[in-house]
Design a binder for this molecule. Structure first.
Ligand code: S3P
Length: 448
């Protein structure tokens, strides 16, 4: 990459430093990577089906590859169609009882979705599984997974008095439960549903605040006996194998969010994103940007495999600060880091509350977002469950750090593009976890 023609450059292959300069304008159309949450589920559920499925636009990041690697270790015939770069994943399901004991420890690396969803599934399988992850994942709460699974009869243990990974799971017979989810976590909800597929009797879950519902939608499409009524879900164990589901994965709205915010805060931008997932349990970022005054339009709405998609166009906007809290939080939890950048540029104050979950993500995102954006000159006060952002800041480039958190690396790139001067982002390779092509895609829409 020639430094003079682009704003971004990696300084080495492994620990990657990106240097970003502000740009005069941004125009273009973004083709998004496949949705990470839907990709995990498509790989796992198709592995349990009887037959073959083709999953097109499978998320290319490290997290979904962790799921694929673990499924392979469990005996599933799963891999890319054709070349290594192919976005199509082929899965030959093993059927209801076809998984086998892995010969080694399963490694979810940075992916909590891999660990928690597979944790739920493996609790019912008649063999031993040990699952670990990288330093960040080994520090994330697993008690919230272990407790409900134990209520179902699971034999599952974790480090630190059953609080953290590695997890040791001795698969056993489970029974359904009637359970109210104490945290609005789609990972825990999905883990319990996966366990419930193989349990005796009905599993009923009650949500106090709804979270992403991709598992429920996909299970219904694949023939499981699942009913959603208001905020409750009931699931019967599988009496026949799941039906394979070939699908095109919608573009990831969490990846689109960087471009939606960037288009809205830059003074000379028109950016469109194609085929973006707009499942209502994920569109909090769109609702909030619209409420802040963003010039954002959706077009070409359609459904694919039970999931809604649309094209979205965003243009330079005059944003105003807003209060964000309550039930919308799970609908935009992963987008809060980049939303904070919108808050820095908006007129007036933005207050984010009820988002204490940010503290147990890939990094403590209240501390890291407030800390790194402050280095760029933002005025942000961290709160125990959110942050107060004083808008109208003039950001100035300096050296910032991703803390090995993919969402922070990309958030800092958005902030750097509206900052004065040059910004250096350390460990920018973290973006690989969800969006390996982020830097190239960004480069394609920059005008200098
Ligand atoms: C996810 C659920 C959310 C989200 C994560 C992906 C999923 O986590 O933050 O990035 O795919 O189920 P929680 O379940 O911990 O809220």
């Amino acid at each position: 990459m020639a430094e003079q023609s682009v704003g971004l450059r990696p300084s080495s292959r492994r620990a990657e430093t990106r240097i970003i300069k502000p740009c005069a304008g941004l125009t273009g159309e973004i083709v998004l990577p496949g949705d990470k949450s839907i990709s995990h589920r498509a790989a796992i559920l198709n592995s349990l089906s009887e037959g073959k499925a083709e999953i097109d636009n499978f998320a290319p990041g490290g997290d979904c590859l962790s799921t694929v690697r673990c499924l392979k270790s469990l005996g599933v015939n799963i891999g890319r169609k054709g070349s290594r770069e192919s976005r199509t994943l082929l899965v030959s399901g093993t059927g209801k009882d076809g998984l086998r004991e892995a010969s080694n420890v399963l490694d979810a690396r940075n992916s909590a979705t891999t660990m928690r969803l597979l944790g739920g599934l493996l609790a019912s399988q008649p063999f031993l599984s040990i699952i670990t992850g990288d330093a960040s994942l080994r520090n994330r709460p697993m008690g919230r997974l272990i407790e409900p699974l134990r209520l179902m009869g699971a034999d599952i243990r974790g480090r630190g008095r059953d609080s953290f990974a590695p997890l040791v799971i001795k698969g056993t017979e489970l029974h359904g439960i009637d359970f109210t989810l104490p945290v609005p976590s789609a990972q825990i909800k999905s883990a319990i549903l996966l366990a419930g597929l193989f349990a005796h009797g009905k599993t009923v879950l009650h949500q106090t605040v709804p979270s992403r519902d991709h598992t429920e939608r996909m299970l219904k499409q694949m023939g499981a006996s699942l009913e959603s009524q208001g905020s409750s879900i009931s699931l019967l164990p599988l009496s026949s194998p799941l039906i394979p589901l070939s699908l095109h994965i919608p573009g990831d709205i969490s990846s689109a969010a960087y471009f939606l915010v960037l288009g809205a805060i830059h003074s000379n931008a028109t950016i469109s994103v194609k085929d973006c997932g707009i499942n209502p349990t994920r569109t909090g970022i769109i609702d909030i940007l619209l409420a802040m005054g963003a010039r954002l339009k959706m077009d070409n709405e359609h459904l694919e495999a039970g999931e809604p998609l649309a094209d979205i166009v965003v243009q330079s906007s005059d944003l105003r600060g807003i209060e964000v809290g309550g039930d919308i939080i799970p609908r935009l939890i992963d987008e809060i880091p980049v939303l904070a950048v919108a808050g820095c540029i908006a007129r007036g104050k933005t207050v984010i509350r009820n988002a204490g979950e940010l503290r147990v993500k890939e990094s403590d995102r209240i501390a890291t977002v407030a800390g790194e954006l402050s280095r760029l000159g933002a005025k942000i006060e961290p709160l125990p469950d959110g942050m107060v952002i004083y808008g109208g800041s003039l950001l100035s480039g300096t050296e910032v750090d991703s803390h090995f958190d993919h969402r922070l690396a990309m958030t800092l790139a958005v902030a750097a593009l509206v900052a004065k001067g040059e910004t250096t982002i350390k460990d920018a390779q973290a973006a690989q976890v969800s969006y390996p092509a982020f830097w190239q895609t960004l480069q394609q829409i920059l005008n200098y």
